[in-house]
Design a protein around this ligand. Structure first.
Ligand SMILES: *Cc1c(COP(=O)(O)O)cnc(C)c1O
Length: 231
């Protein structure tokens, strides 16, 4: 079931890429496994998934421990924090996650920087951008994104890799397109400002109901829960 779901999702991503003239290899599926047992994650890994997303640090830590043996075999799991991150959870989060998708304040950035420095780690992060007033409670407003990036650009143990958004739940996926487009345009605008010595590359956008549209609009990471694990 999980394997079939992954194949189906890959086919839809391939089709969206060809509609948009994009390369399939430029899109990573992050399998969002919140609320799912390690056995289901193992099934996803066996079907070729390499990137796992969780939205709670404690839950992720338990699964991380259980699945660590995978890392000594053929693949290295990449762990993604896709949910809102509280400052008091940062210390544990930086031990686990390869990419934190939900950087939504300067204060959180400073804490991530501090805790990452203690581990001698450079923590990759995405800035969560609030592209719609109703969708998410957290996130930086698009017109504030450049200012925040500038403010945290001096933090040595954080590397800002791109932007993330959660589109509002809509009945027609087409209606999510403007929010994805807004995120891509925000990335282009920030890159044109040359606030950093490198360009933002990653766009984390699209979930089970709307990922094909997100890929058409340039998503480099889609976060799929139900499309992979069912429900
Ligand atoms: C749960 C979750 C997802 C996956 O949602 P589905 O609709 O099940 O694909 C993606 N992103 C975030 C931030 C989530 O919390």
């Amino acid at each position: 079931m999980i394997k079939e779901n992954i194949l189906k999702a890959e086919q839809r991503i391939r089709a969206a890429c060809s509609r948009a003239g994009r390369d399939f290899s430029a899109v990573t599926i992050v399998a969002v496994s919140k609320g799912r047992p390690p056995e289901e994650i193992s099934a996803a890994l066996a079907a070729g998934i390499t990137d796992i997303g969780e939205n709670r640090v404690q839950e992720a830590a338990l699964k991380y421990k259980k699945l660590i043996t995978y890392n000594s075999e053929l693949i290295t799991i990449k762990w993604h924090m896709v949910g809102h991150l509280q400052t008091n959870k940062v210390k544990d989060a930086v031990k686990i996650f390869d990419l934190i998708h939900s950087l939504d304040s300067v204060r959180l950035a400073e804490e991530i920087d501090k805790q990452a420095a203690r581990l001698n780690k450079i923590q990759d992060v995405l800035m969560e951008v609030k592209t719609s007033p109703e969708a998410a409670k957290s996130g930086i407003k698009p017109d504030q994104a450049a200012r925040v990036i500038k403010e945290i650009s001096g933090l040595k143990n954080i590397r800002m890799r791109g932007l993330m958004t959660i589109a509002p739940a809509v009945s027609n996926p087409e209606d999510a397109r403007p929010y994805f487009r807004m995120l891509r345009e925000a990335k282009d605008r920030i890159n044109n400002l040359r606030l950093m010595t490198y360009d933002l590359q990653l766009l984390s956008m699209g979930m089970s109901d709307d990922f094909a549209v997100a890929v058409e609009e340039g998503a480099t990471m889609v976060r799929l829960g139900r499309a992979i694990f069912g429900g």
